[in-house]
Design a protein around this ligand. Structure first.
Ligand SMILES: Cc1cc2nc3c(=O)[nH]c(=O)nc-3n(C[C@H](O)[C@H](O)[C@H](O)COP(=O)(O)O)c2cc1C
Length: 259
C-alpha cells in the first residue's frame, strides 16, 4: 500500500523490535510519548489507568525478559479513582467487571498511542504479554484496584526486521454482522504462513530437531502454536496469574454475587 501521510506511514511500517541499543531514552522524549498516550480517548473522561515507567536496571530485568533501556507498564487504575471519589463523598462501586474491562480498554489504547508516538520518533517497541499474570503488588508496589493491562519494552532499535505478515483483510473484516467463514476460507487465509512454516520445518531444520518436534506432536504451524509454544499448561498458569491479580486487586469477579 502506498502511504499518503506520515501517520499512516508510521502505522503501516510497524515492526516489533526485540534488540535495543543501551542508550537511555531522553527524558523529553519519554514525556512526549507519555503525553501522546494520555491524549487517547478515555471512557467518561476519567482516565482510569496509569503508566509505570521503569528505567532502573534490576527492575527492568524483573519486568521484561527482553533487554531494553526502558519499559512502560500500563495498569488499570481504579485506586486513584476510588480515592478521588472518597475525597468527594461520592460512592465507589467501580470494582465490577464493566469497570475492569473499560479501564483495561482505556489503558491499552493509551499504551498503543505511546507505541505509535515512540515509533514516530524513531524508537522501537515490543509488547510483552506476561505482565498480565505478574504480581505487581509484589514487583511494583501497586495498591488495591490496580491490575496490569499491558507492557512495552522500548528503546533505540538495534535491528531492522522486515514487516511481519498479516492475514488478508477479508479474514478479519466482517460487514454488518459476523459471517461464519468456511473451512476452505480459513485454510486459504492461513495457507501462506503455513507453507512458509512447513518450508522451514522441512528444509531448514535438522533431522534431530524435526524428530523432537514430531515426538511432541508438532507437524504443522497450528500445532507449533499450541502444543509447541502456547501450551495448555502455560495457558492455565498464565490464566491463574490473571485471575489472582483481579482477585488480589479487590475486583468482584464476574461469577461472584454482590456481598
Ligand atoms: C498483546 C500482545 C502481547 C505480546 N507479547 C509479546 C511477548 O511477550 N514477547 C514478544 O516477543 N512479542 C510479543 N508481542 C509482539 C508480537 O509477537 C508481534 O506483534 C507479532 O509477532 C507481529 O509482529 P510485528 O509486531 O512486528 O508486526 C505481543 C503483541 C501483543 C499485541
Amino acid at each position: 500500500m502506498t502511504c499518503v501521510n506520515p501517520v499512516l506511514d508510521c502505522l503501516m511500517n510497524h515492526r516489533s523490535i526485540r534488540k535495543f541499543k543501551s542508550d537511555p531514552v531522553p527524558e523529553a522524549t519519554i514525556e512526549t510519548i507519555l503525553r501522546a498516550g494520555t491524549r487517547t480517548a478515555t471512557a467518561g473522561s476519567i482516565q482510569p489507568y496509569a503508566f509505570i515507567v521503569i528505567d532502573e536496571p534490576a527492575l527492568l530485568k524483573k519486568i521484561s525478559y527482553i533487554p531494553a533501556p526502558l519499559a512502560i507498564v500500563a495498569v488499570v487504575d481504579q485506586y486513584r479513582v476510588k480515592r478521588y471519589y472518597e475525597l468527594n463523598d461520592a460512592p465507589f462501586y467501580n470494582d465490577q467487571a464493566i469497570n475492569l474491562m473499560i479501564s483495561a480498554w482505556d489503558a491499552t489504547i493509551a499504551l498503543q498511542n505511546v507505541v505509535v508516538a515512540a515509533e514516530s520518533m524513531g524508537l522501537g517497541t515490543v509488547y510483552i504479554g506476561m505482565i498480565l499474570s505478574m504480581n505487581l503488588q509484589e514487583a511494583l508496589g501497586v495498591p488495591e484496584y490496580v491490575v496490569p493491562a499491558g507492557l512495552i519494552a522500548l528503546g533505540t532499535p538495534d535491528e531492522d526486521p522486515p514487516l511481519r505478515p498479516r492475514l488478508p483483510l477479508e479474514a478479519v473484516v466482517h460487514r454488518n454482522g459476523y459471517q461464519i467463514p468456511s473451512d476452505e476460507d480459513i485454510a486459504a487465509w492461513y495457507h501462506e504462513g503455513d507453507a512458509a512454516w512447513m518450508n522451514r520445518f522441512e528444509n531448514e531444520w535438522t533431522e534431530e530437531q524435526r524428530v523432537k518436534f514430531i515426538e511432541r506432536g508438532v507437524t504443522n504451524r497450528a500445532q507449533n502454536w499450541t502444543v509447541g509454544h502456547y501450551t495448555e499448561e502455560f495457558t492455565i498458569v498464565q490464566s491463574k496469574g490473571v485471575m489472582d491479580n483481579i482477585r488480589r486487586a479487590g475486583f468482584r469477579l464476574p461469577t461472584e454475587e454482590r456481598p
